[in-house]
Design a protein around this ligand. Structure first.
Ligand code: AMP
Ligand code: MG
Length: 341
């Protein structure tokens, strides 16, 4: 299969780009498109065979359900039911936006492989002009996980999608670099107390201002079956092993020296505060203490490690508040829980 890229930021290709994307989706094909979080790989959520193509192109495990994207709140009622009041409050406050809500699924509406057979469905309305335009033209719910090979960092640019999925999907709609750079927050509102299954662009602090106390599901609680099926899979990882390290210039310098004395090369992913550290490669996460900038740059930095010959990757830890919780969630997965010692 030949993978085409069409820019919809370019006036001369815009109209044709949307028409091509809508036609492909209607024909049961997959299309990659930008959202405000990361690029998604979409398919018609009502067609089992179309959705299967997402799993095949990504190499994604079948038991990991997909998030359904809508262009209008009214679209919800065709495939969800008994929407809790709290969920309505979240939609009013955060949609369109980086918040996925887990809602009760209306039986026999969506393809079964979208929800991995669960009786709930994750839904969001993306806050991106290209995604919204596409969804509103198509007028169907679109299942869309991130448009990367499973296990790799999510794509924040069309070229990242091309790198991972070239030859496996027919079309990439290019709308430039994505804004937030990390995936949506996943909030389960079907339980007694709302629970964050995955931290993301909409923070716990932002949610609590609107709906009061929310729980956070623990990443490392191995005794309990994961609540978001995706929680059990390794993710976001470059080829070289990643290690978290205490956020200290002295500790990072010591680690770099020790790695060099073993004749190994190290890539450092960190804020500009660490730029003088002597690491073989330095991939910036922007100015110190700018968590939103770090989120925006993180996946690109992780991808750049694969273009280097670093033997290992070090990342100084972030504070776990605000967007820092989402950044650390992704880094803990990329590092498989390993800290440098
Ligand atoms: P991704 O599509 O890779 O960005 O991941 C979507 C995340 O949402 C994964 O962690 C899924 O396990 C989670 N998810 C999607 N649908 C559901 C659902 N119905 N119940 C619980 N978690 C879900
Ligand atoms: Mg993903």
């Amino acid at each position: 299969m030949k993978t085409q890229i069409v820019s919809v930021d370019n006036l001369s290709t815009k109209e044709h780009g949307y028409t091509q994307a809508v036609d492909l989706l209607n024909d049961g094909e997959t299309v990659a498109f930008p959202t405000e979080t990361v690029y998604g790989l979409g398919a018609d959520a009502t067609k089992e065979a179309a959705v299967r193509k997402i799993f095949e192109a990504k190499g994604r495990p079948q038991d990991n359900p997909l998030i359904v994207h809508i262009g209008d709140k009214k679209d919800l009622h065709s495939f969800t039911m008994n929407i809790p009041k709290l969920a309505m409050e979240c939609m009013d406050a955060f949609w369109p936006g980086a918040l996925t809500l887990i809602l009760p699924l209306k039986p026999d509406t969506l393809a079964e492989n979208v929800t991995a057979g669960l009786d709930t469905v994750g839904v969001r309305m993306p806050d991106h002009p290209v995604a919204l335009e596409l969804l509103r033209r198509l007028k169907k719910p679109v299942a869309a996980p991130s448009a990367n090979r499973s296990g790799k960092p999510s794509p924040t640019q069309a070229v990242h999608v091309l790198h991972d999925l070239k030859g496996k999907i027919p079309l990439i709609v290019d709308g430039g670099t994505t804004g937030i750079g990390l995936e949506s927050t996943v909030l389960d509102v079907t339980t007694d107390k709302p629970t964050i299954l995955r931290p993301g662009g909409v923070t716990k602090e932002m949610l609590e201002k609107v709906i009061g106390p929310v729980n956070e599901a623990k990443l490392t609680d191995k005794a309990e079956a994961p609540r978001a099926p995706g929680m059990k899979y390794a993710h976001y990882a470059p080829d070289a092993p990643v290690y978290l390290i205490e956020a200290s210039i002295i500790e990072v310098q010591k680690a770099v020296e020790s790695i060099h004395s073993d004749h190994k090369k190290v890539a450092l992913i960190a804020s500009d505060l660490y730029s003088e550290s002597n690491a073989d490669y330095f991939f910036t996460l922007g100015k110190e203490n700018q968590l939103r900038d770090a989120a925006h740059l993180l996946y690109e930095a992780l991808r750049k490690c694969d273009e280097s010959d670093a033997d290992l990757v070090l990342v100084p830890a972030f504070p776990k508040h605000g967007v820092g919780s989402a950044i650390m969630n992704r880094l803990e997965k990329a590092a498989k829980g390993n800290w440098y010692s």
